[in-house]
Ligand binder design. Structure first.
Ligand code: SF4
Ligand code: SF4
Length: 195
């Protein structure tokens, strides 16, 4: 069967003036000129940054409770569930004697996809996705966020349950010490001895 088709009409006209491209150039310059008097939409990053909405889910971070304790108990659930395996934790005993805590807690932000699984799975509400979205660094090593940096990013989240206080009290009774855990600055300064 012979191929049939329709002849395409190509625009003609303009003559030698169009052949110089001058009309197109002037038209483009007119569009640019009009934008000089319109509101600017370009953001001067990094001097200006986006204000993200409250429900934005950015980089994960660790939090302390309102007594200054690191809430993470190094259960490894987040490390286990993290799809790109961005989390690496080393656990250690802490001086309450009833829990453990992270000796090191690293998140490789080059791998993190901000999926929120770590926040979902954490039994201690110790890790949250923040509104921080800037992941910048001069090399790969800078993109691995260590425990101190993660705690600084996360800040403090009040913990109304106060599980730590009860457990610390039991441990104190067991160990026969008299000081209240709430009044042991070494605990608070060390994030529940988790450093
Ligand atoms: S947000 Fe997702 S990818 Fe990032 S550390 Fe948590 S579980 Fe891993
Ligand atoms: S952040 Fe939460 S889930 Fe991850 S190790 Fe600590 S307590 Fe477990």
């Amino acid at each position: 069967m012979p191929l049939t088709g329709m002849r395409v009409r190509r625009p003609t006209g303009g003559g030698w003036v169009a052949a110089t491209y001058l009309p197109s150039i002037l038209k483009g310059m007119w569009i640019t000129f009009r934008h000089l008097f319109r509101p600017k939409v370009t953001m001067q990053y990094p001097e200006e940054t986006w204000q993200m909405p409250d429900n934005y889910r950015g980089l994960p971070a660790l939090v302390r409770d309102d007594e200054g304790r690191v809430k993470c108990v190094a259960c490894f659930l987040c490390e286990y569930v993290c799809p790109p395996k961005a989390i690496e934790i080393e656990a250690q005993e802490i001086d309450t004697g009833v829990e453990k805590g992270p000796r090191t807690f690293d998140i490789n932000m080059l791998r993190c996809i901000m999926c929120g699984y770590c926040e979902e799975v954490c039994p201690e509400q110790a890790i949250f996705l923040t509104r921080e979205y800037r992941t910048v660094g001069l090399n790969r090593a800078e993109m691995i966020f260590h425990k101190d940096k993660l705690l600084e990013m996360g800040g403090v989240r009040p913990d109304p349950i106060k599980k730590w206080r009860r457990l610390s009290g039991q441990a104190r009774d067991t160990m026969g010490t008299g000081a209240s855990p709430a009044h042991r600055p070494a605990d608070a300064a060390a994030g529940g001895g988790a450093r």
